[in-house]
Design a protein around this ligand. Sequence first.
Ligand SMILES: Cc1cc2nc3c(=O)[nH]c(=O)nc-3n(C[C@H](O)[C@H](O)[C@H](O)COP(=O)(O)OP(=O)(O)OC[C@H]3O[C@@H](n4cnc5c(N)ncnc54)[C@H](O)[C@@H]3O)c2cc1C
Length: 440
Amino acid sequence: MTQIRRTSRIIVGILAAVAAMTVGVTVSATGWLAAIALALGMTAYAAMAMNIFLGLRRPIVERLAGPLDQVRGLHRTLGILLTAAIAGHMILIPIASLVDRGINILDNPGPPLMAGILGLLLTVGSIVLAMNRRIPYDRWVKVHGATVIAFLILTLHTVLSSILWGVGDLTVFVTNGVFAAVGVLSVLLMALDRFRGGAAYTVASVTRHARSVEVVLAPAGAKRLRPHRVGQFVLLTAQLDGDTGEETHPFTVTASAGSERLSVLIRDAGDWTHRAQNGLVEGSAVRLRGPFGGFTPQDPQPDRPQVWVAAGSGITPFLSALRTAAPDAEQPVRLVYLARNASDAPALTEVCTRAETLPWLSLRTRFSEQEGRADGAAVVTAAGIDPREADWFLCGPGELVAALRAELLARGAHAGHIHSERYAWRDSAPVRTPEKSAVA
Ligand SMILES: Cc1cc2nc3c(=O)[nH]c(=O)nc-3n(C[C@H](O)[C@H](O)[C@H](O)COP(=O)(O)OP(=O)(O)OC[C@H]3O[C@@H](n4cnc5c(N)ncnc54)[C@H](O)[C@@H]3O)c2cc1C
């Protein structure tokens, strides 16, 4: 079982235990309807605290929960579920009060109710905005921060409910206290990362390609990142000339595994990456956090051939793998490189040279201008290997990765042998539509 699956099960187990405990200790005093309403509220609060922890971009999250790129999916699902639970709690509580005690709490809403309503509105607003693809990432990130404020307000709501309304007993109070500690500590770490996080690096050199730029980054202070593995990514924070503030974006390290100098290849894919093409120059200061992620081609399974499918900037983890791999590796690898045309395929010359010198590597390029846009079936044909026989590593735009995954599964590949990395944590439209953005 993968670590992220285990984490999901543990979280479900914890939430089920919180719900059962709340019903158990409150039902005799409040009746079933109120007990269920309280259980929904407690469960949502616990889920929110854990979700704020999962939203941290720190190694501890990877150690406890799984690779950060996969944790993002869990974070999103939990966010949606907990919003539904908070809404259920807020709807059921007044009904239960009316049915069980004949009191309409809305007639005289005290501080606990007001705090609860405010917390609910902020959470729902933030989740609805998160699901709106038309809101660009950088603006959405700021709005999404409202969930942290919502958590703090809901913490106030739980404390006031216990004190003023006598909700729950000591067990409920202590359980809430534990989740409050998890959430508040995570909020503090988040704030610390925002203002101080990251190791200082400077741009040591820049190589420009047609629609991408590769920058080499050298440590600028005593603090360095932990050695990275092939396929891992860093969070790069920089303030480009003319910008009023810093922005943070994830980029896969293209340097060989463990090297002290790092490099990233930045494709012009939107607003910031467009400006970074000329905005990052020799001597530019950046901050890095990481490395993160578990998309690591050439990890064990040496007995099985691997197929690496790279679309556009999706070549970056494989560049690191090619720069790291020993010439005498035994594992055969077929690299399928998809791009619009040869000049639009970052680092193609280097990839071709390596394919000529590394005996275990065979390269198949596929350019959409010549062969048409690639779908899942076209990529499998280009790979020329039985999908069931290989380990597949897919990296590129979400739609292509999803289509190829579906095709491989349909052709009998085992899900455990398909590894993928999507180059967006949230499906939002680019701020500036990049010229001819098709990669394949
Ligand atoms: C794990 C990971 C590794 C990546 N590695 C590379 C790489 O090696 N080379 C490369 O060129 N690109 C890489 N990307 C993609 C790169 O991070 C985005 O293209 C970049 O952040 C877009 O920013 P923008 O302002 O130019 O575009 P926008 O116009 O803001 O958005 C374009 C797309 O990028 C997504 N995006 C924007 N900002 C972020 C952000 N801060 N975090 C996550 N997604 C964001 C948006 O949701 C949207 O789908 C990677 C993405 C991820 C998630």
